[in-house]
Design a protein around this ligand. Sequence first.
Ligand SMILES: Nc1ncnc2c1ncn2[C@@H]1O[C@H](COP(=O)(O)OP(=O)(O)O)[C@@H](O)[C@H]1O
Ligand SMILES: [Mg+2]
Length: 110
Amino acid sequence: VIPPEIHRVLTGLVGNALDAVASVDQGLIWISTASAAGGAEILVRDNGSGIPEEIRERVFEPFFTTKPTGSGTGLGLSLAYDIVVKAHGGGLTFETAEGAGTTFRVFLPT
Ligand SMILES: Nc1ncnc2c1ncn2[C@@H]1O[C@H](COP(=O)(O)OP(=O)(O)O)[C@@H](O)[C@H]1O
Ligand SMILES: [Mg+2]
């Protein structure tokens, strides 16, 4: 992989997880790695707000943000998508439940 690019992806996902747990009582973030069929996966999971259904298909759009002006650029996930999917031929997906949390999965092929 291109390490500084994957670093940007992970700091972006962890930053989002931190924002998502900011308003819950016992915020937790889990980061794990595993081998997967054809490559490796990195999971970044939080028990924060979750992503509301009505915005789920927009989160990878450039400049899409739900954060106040000055705190979000809306570029983190679109950049992560470009790095992981376009530059590395991998996959970037998520599972989420409103009020329960979100797991982002980065798949990197060998
Ligand atoms: N872990 C998460 N939990 C809840 N919402 C998230 C999470 N990650 C991303 N989002 C949603 O996706 C939007 C876009 O994320 P991103 O591209 O990183 O931009 P930004 O963080 O600057 O808003 C966020 O504004 C937020 O609404
Ligand atoms: Mg972000």
